[in-house]
Write a protein that binds this ligand. Sequence first.
Ligand SMILES: Nc1ncnc2c1ncn2[C@@H]1O[C@H](COP(=O)(O)OP(=O)(O)OP(=O)(O)O)[C@@H](O)[C@H]1O
Ligand SMILES: [Mg+2]
Length: 292
Amino acid sequence: MIVFNNVTKKYGENVGLIDASVHIKSGDFVFLVGPSGAGKTTFIRLILKEIDPDKGRIVLAGRDITRVGRREIPDIRQKIGMVFQDFRLLEKKTVYENVAFAMEVLHKSRKEIRERVPYVLELVDIADKANRYPSELSAGEQQRVGIARALANKPRMLICDEPTGNLDPITAMDIMALLEQINIRGTTILMVTHAKDIVDKMNKRVVAIDHGHIVRDEEGSYGYARQNESDDLYIPGFTAFMDNPVKAATMQLDPDLAEAILGKTVARPDPVEYDVDSMLSAYLDGGEDIYE
Ligand SMILES: Nc1ncnc2c1ncn2[C@@H]1O[C@H](COP(=O)(O)OP(=O)(O)OP(=O)(O)O)[C@@H](O)[C@H]1O
Ligand SMILES: [Mg+2]
């Protein structure tokens, strides 16, 4: 889905990226790690075509974006949802309006907005706060809104820049579980983070940058070694959602598995009330496939 082919970007004397080659396939979940000044933001800005490389090619969904014209830039950005560390919600708009606004700026029809906004709010489990203002929400709730907004225009990919940086550890894992479930349903995720504990727990692909060079690209942890299997007890959505049948349902948490591990009964979703399958397939069917 994204190919960096020997990409170099310098800012005068400063090194952004040097001869970087990375291939991110559709559906991947990739952590981008590295010390401050390593080139992570440069990597993201190149994907968004905010800057162009000095050398090399960047191919997004089969298109060489180093060669597309200005007029095609909005089209490229529309297919990428951004999630920020500081949420960047509009304080004077409600939760609903924040998400709707992301669609309005792209001139989506009122009908489409009316259908899509409640749907994404449900998906991130914040529908009950639709009419609240950001200042009335917890940090974790605000980030859920940030993710809902990023999903509003049916992107094929989410780029998350330190999405858990302003969250306490438990809320951070809650957000990670949500991102993981969004990924499982087909959205590619690229997440910049300094949070070693999160990277180690998630056991996903890690691309490490240092001084502009890609120094490592492998599955596993923030450090070099792969996780022990005994560390793999982390189950997405498990701790966060086990007590809430609606969340468990939308997060597709397996209640049998949860019970086996917990050694106690967990709440079961009511299949009549929550038509999870149709929710999920609507989400999956929602995206246009030009980025496959
Ligand atoms: N607009 C710019 N002009 C000049 N130098 C820049 C510019 N943007 C970035 N750089 C330099 O390029 C290098 C890579 O910066 P980049 O922002 O990609 O790092 P980063 O990995 O995102 O760091 P951080 O973790 O601190 O956000 C740094 O040395 C930085 O000073
Ligand atoms: Mg940065």
